[in-house]
Design a protein around this ligand. Sequence first.
Ligand SMILES: NC(=O)c1ccc[n+]([C@@H]2O[C@H](COP(=O)([O-])OP(=O)(O)OC[C@H]3O[C@@H](n4cnc5c(N)ncnc54)[C@H](OP(=O)(O)O)[C@@H]3O)[C@@H](O)[C@H]2O)c1
Length: 263
Amino acid sequence: MDLQGQTAVITGASTGIGAVFARELAARGADVVLVARSIDRLQVVAEEITARHPVRAEVVAVDLRDPGAVDVVAERVAAAGGRVDLLVNNAGFATHGDLVGADPVRLADQVRLNCVAVVALTARFLPAMVARGQGAVVNVASTAAFQPLPHMAVYGASKAFVLSFSEALWAEARPAGVRVLALCPGATETPFFDVVGTRDSVVGAVRTPEQVVAAALRALERGRPVAIDGRRNALLARGGRLLSRRMLVRIAERTMRPTPAGT
Ligand SMILES: NC(=O)c1ccc[n+]([C@@H]2O[C@H](COP(=O)([O-])OP(=O)(O)OC[C@H]3O[C@@H](n4cnc5c(N)ncnc54)[C@H](OP(=O)(O)O)[C@@H]3O)[C@@H](O)[C@H]2O)c1
């Protein structure tokens, strides 16, 4: 995919999958706008990119839970010269544990970041892509999107939202020549699990963020609506369709059940 001279906005670009997206897109010639809260980490990624590739790397330090954050990103994009050719909605986080006893603010924050910000950024940048007849949006969902997720109920629901939203937009934007992809990684080796605070939710072999981003770029080139990284992850995610929802959620409950402390 030749992204020479194009501009990519990547949220959650300070670490993990987002930072790898930023590096890969810059390696293909894209100017990058890196969005996250940690200005220091964003600057490290930006400096590394501009040292290696002849592209521009802007950093935007915002908290995407804030309703005004999308305006800040849009203003910075406009100041940097204008249009967004590729939007990667990657910022997200999860909590683990039952809803009873969970911090309601952290639960709502997951919906704000994983869903509301994704909708707001897509609604801001997709219309111009459709008008131009060119561009792409990658929304990072998860294999968590394919079944209800007891003990991570809000996270699972938030990623089911991202998957459904993205597939619908794939169909809406396709006639205009704009690509929309739901990227569904399984467990991936990033600081994600430090934020979750446990590895109890790790299912299957852990993949690298480089593998995840490569899967996304392959699927984007082929115009696919959904990319599940890793064969085993794809088998598990799609295989769930063969079971009743009741059976599926019971299996998911056993898989996601927190291990007793100290075991
Ligand atoms: N790792 C996995 O196993 C896995 C599996 C499936 C799906 N995913 C999804 O992949 C995406 C990326 O996760 P990751 O694994 O790369 O995790 P990560 O390393 O923890 O990265 C999360 C990114 O989101 C940013 N972020 C968090 N809260 C934010 C906020 N309020 N405003 C703006 N940016 C914020 C973080 O930067 P700051 O802290 O600097 O803001 C960071 O750049 C997420 O949507 C996650 O749900 C991950």
